[in-house]
Structure formats: structure tokens, C-alpha cells
Design a protein around this ligand. Sequence first.
Ligand SMILES: [Zn+2]
Length: 88
Amino acid sequence: MPRSGAASGPMSGTGAKVDAMRERVCSKVGCAREAVSTLTYDYADQMAALGPLGAVGDPHAHDLCAIHTDRMSVPRGWVVVRHETLRV
Ligand SMILES: [Zn+2]
């Protein structure tokens, strides 16, 4: 009795799932801690927004660990907006 078709159904893929579940790590060079927040730069308004982990793929967003979130600094004249969901 031959097995027919559908050996690999649409739900069998692991690639996309693994990618979505990928651990978020701090984007700072040399830092491999787990990211806890996302920093987004708005160059037009000279504003940096710090909040919960955001969507992946934003070229202006940088994931930061707790330490780098705390130490985060912005250029002079910039405004930092910290979302209140963060407690550090
Ligand atoms: Zn870090």
C-alpha cells in the first residue's frame, strides 16, 4: 500500500516558526544578553523612543538588554521617550 502525496503538508514547516520564536538579543556589539526593550530612533524629530520589544525588521529599531536600556544615552538635544511599561 503506497503512501500517496502530501508527505509534507503546509503545517510541517519549522523554518518560519523557528524564525518567529527566535530569541531576541541585545544589538550592542559584544553583548549577547536577552533583549528586553526596543529603542527606536526618529531622526527627523531627534527623538528616541524606548519601549517594549517591537516588531522585527525596523531598520531604525535596536533591541537592548536591561543593562544597555538603563545606560542608553542619546545625542545632545535629543529627547528620550520611555514608555511606562518599562520598569528599570
Ligand atoms: Zn546589551
